[in-house]
Write a protein that binds this ligand. Structure first.
Ligand SMILES: [Zn+2]
Length: 165
């Protein structure tokens, strides 16, 4: 995995992939508070206790305060709860948001807190991100074979500050 440097946070478009509203603040705040271009993809509305609509609005408010945009996917197969999500469903819902040059920030393989939904986000987001990164490396290598690929153009999977994936 690539280290998420200050330069990357400052210059790249950061795509934060989370499972529930509040994850952005609980697990990623120090990193995302610095991002200049941030889009949050939240896979559920966090409605396990019946407060999904309210939590979704809170996510939108939090995003506005961060100068970010947020999308709550809330697919029927990705509902908040103690069960594991199918990583392929996660990947299918995350893939369309990834683009060349974007840096993906998400949970580590332990889901930061061990929550089954968080772990599934890691397993679903990682392959989608790596596929995009592979494309970027190939293009960069062709153009500048002797140069180090420009790290700001490669998606980075990163959990919380200080933790490598
Ligand atoms: Zn969560």
């Amino acid at each position: 995995m690539h280290r998420l440097t200050e330069s990357i946070i400052d210059n790249a478009t950061i795509i934060l992939i989370i499972a529930h509203p509040d994850d952005e603040a609980m697990f990623f705040y120090p990193t995302i508070s610095r991002a200049k271009r941030l889009h949050i993809i939240c896979l559920s509305n966090g409605g396990y206790d019946g407060l999904g609509e309210q939590r979704e609005k809170e996510l939108q408010r939090a995003a506005r305060r961060l100068g970010a945009s947020a999308t709550c996917v809330n697919n029927a197969a990705l509902q908040d709860g103690p069960h594991a999500w199918d990583p392929s469903v996660v990947a299918a819902n995350v893939g369309p948001w990834l683009h060349a040059g974007a840096v993906v920030v998400t949970f580590d393989r332990y889901g930061a807190s061990g929550h089954a939904n968080h772990v599934a986000v890691y397993h679903g987001a990682a392959p989608a991100s790596f596929a995009r990164r592979g494309d970027g490396v190939t293009r960069d290598a062709r153009r500048r074979p002797a140069a180090r690929p420009d790290e700001t153009r490669l998606p980075v999977l990163r959990a919380r500050d200080g933790a490598s994936l």
